[in-house]
Design a protein around this ligand. Structure first.
Ligand SMILES: C[S@@+](CC[C@H](N)C(=O)[O-])C[C@H]1O[C@@H](n2cnc3c(N)ncnc32)[C@H](O)[C@@H]1O
Length: 277
């Protein structure tokens, strides 16, 4: 398990440094989390946010976006609430949450990669926002007390964890009664032969494997959540991964029916039982 964490840290540490150096060179590099072709447009991370939403955010926070969805566009966030972003990267969703919960609320970002935390904290300094705090730590061991968070968001991070049950148990622990889980993640639908599944997952960047949608729902229910649902937000086509898969020797046209529509980014909602205070 620690091997996967090391690989994840190395990969996202480099991604953070690419943003910092793109800033220095004046280059345009929104660093793809998964594309196998340098400079290619990444169909997973591209165009997740509209310009109006990111207006006023530091450019480096936008460039560092490596998610697969736009959780704050779909989550209900109210003034005064406490939000926690699991795997906050350069901080884009933390800053967007902070705007929504306002000065009486707070947005935490949690990440284990030092380079990403440095980038996020520098972005916070540039943005001059005070109701934000970036914490160092692992999403499997959230450094916050029980019942202290109103909303958990996350953007394409839980698929990277080798212990998803532990992540969901921790999310449940820190949420207040009635608290909301509102997360974007890559999900698999239905049976896909193991070898194809593994390669598409690698293309997407899911180092430890994406969950099947029914497993995701079952794991959330087992962790204690209720009102669980998954809404597909972007469905991937074999065409998106053609170069990557043919590089691994697959006859892409032949496997298209096994891939098309089976891998998607989804918005996952759930609620911790209990009445909100
Ligand atoms: C795919 S990037 C997404 C970053 C951000 N959510 C976004 O949308 O741009 C994954 C981030 O999660 C962090 N991460 C991955 N696994 C983690 C773990 N187990 N604990 C804490 N952070 C983790 C990585 O360091 C990286 O910054």
């Amino acid at each position: 398990m620690s091997d996967i964490k090391d690989v994840v840290k190395e990969k996202y540490g480099k991604a953070a440094l690419r943003v910092t150096s793109a800033e220095g060179s004046g280059c345009c590099a929104p660093s793809s989390c998964c594309s196998s072709i340098p400079g290619a447009v990444d169909p997973i991370t591209v165009n997740l946010y509209d310009q109006k939403q990111t207006e006023g955010l530091p450019l480096e926070a936008v460039l560092a976006s490596l998610g697969c969805g736009n959780p704050t566009a779909l989550a209900q966030l109210n003034p005064g609430e406490v939000v926690l972003d699991l795997g906050s990267g350069g901080g884009i969703d933390v800053f967007l949450s902070a705007k929504r919960v306002g000065p009486t609320g707070k947005a935490y970002g949690l990440d284990m990669t030092d380079e990403m935390l440095n980038l996020a904290r520098e972005n916070q300094r540039k943005a001059g926002v005070e109701n934000v705090e970036f914490l160092k730590g692992e999403i499997e061991h959230i450094p916050l007390p029980d019942n202290s968070v109103d909303v958990i968001i996350s953007n394409c991070v839980i698929n990277l964890s080798a212990d998803k049950d532990q992540v969901l148990a921790e999310a449940f622990r820190v949420l207040k009664p009635g608290g909301r889980f509102a997360v974007s993640d890559v999900v698999v639908r239905g049976e896909v032969p193991a070898e194809i599944r593994r390669n598409v997952e690698l293309w997407v960047g899911c180092l430890s494997g994406a969950l099947d949608e029914s497993d995701y729902v079952a794991k959330l229910a087992r962790a204690g959540f209720e009102d669980v649902s998954i809404e597909p937000t972007r469905v991937y086509k074999v065409e998106d991964a053609r170069d990557f898969l043919s590089g691994y020797g697959f006859n892409v046209d032949a496997i298209a029916p096994l891939v098309d529509g089976r891998f998607y980014s989804g918005f996952i909602r759930a609620r911790k039982p209990g009445d909100r205070a």
